[in-house]
Design a protein. Structure first.
Length: 476
């Protein structure tokens, strides 16, 4: 094509092309975060037509188009096309209301068309519309197999992040072809979305076995199965939470880099990831025993309820978080069939209530630094910070008190040769909790205190000290 030849109209698809996401899934998860009844309503709309589904979800789950993950290289391509004198059009199967918002926000298109609640502009329907509307010819930029009928009608075909097989199919068409690869094909974002570093919390399933000094192979294997099951179910819950928290994450200076918020992983993939990991975790739990399966189902239901609603409720949110930690210990007891000590459960409730409060304390301090008055997606205000700090301190110290009372119980005499060593554990916990709260107060805490502790050298030394004292008390 020479410079004197007029450029055809560049028609750009939205989902997966201009946008590193999918509006249908974006609006679904946005609507679900506002109303858990959304999936049932969506099924009813889908029975009428997919265009009707898109219209209903666009109304139920409005999006902030300014924070959506656009592909900067595609935007640059469109701008360059206009600078060379060509016209551009955004034509998408997504609902026209959202398409119009994106059209206004970006300001790089001359025309915009979208599904209107009756007509679904996808595949052959889009090809027919473009052929009739742009009689002088058009170039088309897309990313999926559904775009093949459109590319076959275009003078020029531009693919974006397509597979090798689809690129080969497009190359065989009677059109000029450009292939854009704007992001690397990597498994790293998928692993990051699973948050494997959070699996550290699932080590708690081994605590009943360790506390009871029951170290046989069968007990360890049962606890290991519980750990794997919990890791899969927890990762499923993390993915679900990220999908529900897209708007809040995109408004956050650090969380906006998460895989789904940034568009590194298509939201459609996240939906299947959540379902697949949940199914795997449930199957593993069921293979151990029904009690563990019940604990996993309870954990997932409680976590989902937390993501949908409870996280926006003051006080009950940190109580539920503490309960989710304790559920890991209970699951470990169920898996190994070891009776749980009341002392262990009491300690865990207060200790993890302290960590949950530290998590909220860190979020509020970060919110205050950014000049906001309320934490996004939470029910707390910056003015609540002193009270949350007091909850963190007091519940942490109560957990140490429970530990001190446990040392004088008859159970300790039976399990430990030198119970005095456990008093050193109390001192280490007092130091660690006070230091963690002080670090949080100064604004240096990670979003999650458990993740912080895993990377913090002092916390690692405290853990080794506690482990040494426990071994000392049991064996020496």
């Amino acid at each position: 094509m020479t410079s004197e030849t007029p450029l055809p109209v560049l028609v750009v698809d939205l989902d997966g092309t201009l946008l590193r996401s999918d509006i249908l899934f974006e609006t679904f998860w946005s609507a679900l975060g506002r109303n858990w009844w959304t999936p049932i309503q969506a099924v009813g709309a889908l029975m009428q037509s997919k265009a009707k589904l898109k219209r209903d979800l666009a109304q139920s789950g409005p999006l902030d188009v300014a924070t959506l993950p656009y592909d900067p290289e595609v935007i640059s391509y469109v701008k360059n096309w206009r600078n060379r004198g060509g016209r551009t059009a955004l034509v998408t199967a997504s609902d026209e209301r959202i398409a119009n918002g994106i059209f206004d926000h970006l300001g790089i298109f001359d025309e915009v068309y979208g599904s209107d609640g009756v007509r679904n502009l996808k595949g052959p329907a889009k090809a027919s519309f473009l052929k009739d509307h742009f009689e002088g010819g058009f170039a088309y930029m897309g990313d999926a197999h559904a775009d093949i009928p459109v590319w076959s009608q275009a003078e020029r075909a531009i693919t974006v992040n397509t597979s090798a097989s689809l690129r080969s199919t497009v190359d065989s068409l009677d059109a000029q072809v450009d292939h854009l690869q704007t992001r690397p094909n990597s498994i790293k974002p998928y692993i990051k979305a699973m948050r494997p570093h959070q699996w550290l919390k699932n080590i708690l399933v081994f605590l009943p076995m360790l506390a009871a000094h029951q170290y046989d192979w069968g007990t360890f294997l049962a606890a290991l199965m519980a750990f794997i099951s919990f890791s899969m179910v927890a990762s499923s819950a993390y993915v679900t939470n990220d999908l529900l928290d897209l708007a809040a994450d995109r408004a956050h200076p650090r969380k906006c880099k998460r895989p789904f918020a940034s568009g590194a992983i298509p939201i459609a993939h996240g939906t299947w990831m959540a379902m697949g990991m949940l199914a795997l975790g449930v199957i593993i739990a069921a293979s151990v025993n029904l009690a563990l399966l019940g604990a996993m189902i309870f954990y997932y239901v409680a976590t989902t309820a937390y993501s949908l609603n409870i996280k926006r409720r003051i006080v009950i949110d940190i109580i539920v978080l503490a309960g989710l930690y304790t559920t890991r210990i209970i699951a470990g007891g169920y898996a190994t069939e070891i009776p749980l000590s009341v002392w262990l459960l009491a300690f865990s409730v207060f200790f993890f209530l302290s960590l949950a409060s530290v998590k909220r304390q860190a979020e509020l301090i970060d919110t205050a630094k950014r000049g906001a008055m309320e934490a996004a997606g939470r029910g707390y205000q910056v003015d609540d910070l002193p009270l949350i700090s007091q909850v963190a301190i007091s519940s942490g110290y109560v957990s140490v008190l429970v530990m001190a009372l446990y040392i004088n119980s008859p159970t300790v005499v039976e399990l430990y040769r030198s119970p005095t060593a456990l008093w050193v554990v109390c001192l280490i916990l007092l130091y660690w909790l006070t230091r963690i709260i002080m670090i949080t107060h100064r604004g240096h805490m990670h979003d999650d205190p458990v993740v912080f502790a895993a990377k913090d050298r002092t916390s690692q030394l405290c853990f080794l000290g506690i482990l040494f004292c426990a071994i000392w008390g049991a064996l020496l």
